[in-house]
Design a protein around this ligand. Sequence first.
Ligand SMILES: Nc1ncnc2c1ncn2[C@@H]1O[C@H](COP(=O)(O)OP(=O)(O)O)[C@@H](O)[C@H]1O
Ligand SMILES: [Mg+2]
Length: 233
Amino acid sequence: MSYIEFSDVVRTYGEGTTKINALDGASFNVEKGELAVILGASGAGKTTALNILGGMDSATSGTITVDGRDLSHASENDLVLYRRADVGFVFQFYNLVPNLTALENVELATQICPDSLDPTEMLEKVGLADRLGNFPAQLSGGEQQRVSIARALAKNPKLLLCDEPTGALDYQTGKQILQLLQDMSRSEHVTVVIVTHNAALADMADRLIRFKSGRVTSMTTNESPLPISEIEW
Ligand SMILES: Nc1ncnc2c1ncn2[C@@H]1O[C@H](COP(=O)(O)OP(=O)(O)O)[C@@H](O)[C@H]1O
Ligand SMILES: [Mg+2]
């Protein structure tokens, strides 16, 4: 059994004439410790899949298991614990609390999970040792995304889910953030799933999952993924 098993998942939104299958029988799997990239055009169902994987949304049908846990039949209480302890999220727009410092933003997240890591150490790891006391507005977009990665990893999650993590960043800054995610997947041994519409990211992945119209059109593994520095787009 794979670490993540996403099997024949359908997610329907709306009713009657406005009914849409955001996911329409999507299946894929990811092994422990892999960096997986989910690639697809806007509207392909990537965010829906990530939200279901993170326990923030639920499938209309199909089964989802993570580390042997069946999310598709989990109680709301189980999902709360799963989101708190097992999953770190990184979003396109960082979602930091504006009136808390970088350090306080990370501390806030660690307070709700049982096996969290030291917030200061995590901020040092993402290269922000000298910005602990800064508020989000005093940080660049790339620095804010580093804080959000530190916040996600400080939970000591099994799974790091990233939805278009470079979508709001310029080219060079985006590359640095991707390098950080690739490095962290190796050094922290966390399973990472990155959702993107940028086909250039295909070569950085251990596993590439292509989405189209709510389905997986291909899944390939890569024995020698490229460092981000060797990828141009
Ligand atoms: N909460 C929702 N209510 C209605 N439709 C939704 C909702 N979330 C997503 N959709 C629709 O489902 C499809 C897939 O969306 P999404 O998963 O966000 O795609 P992607 O992240 O690949 O751009 C889109 O057509 C989108 O409009
Ligand atoms: Mg999306």
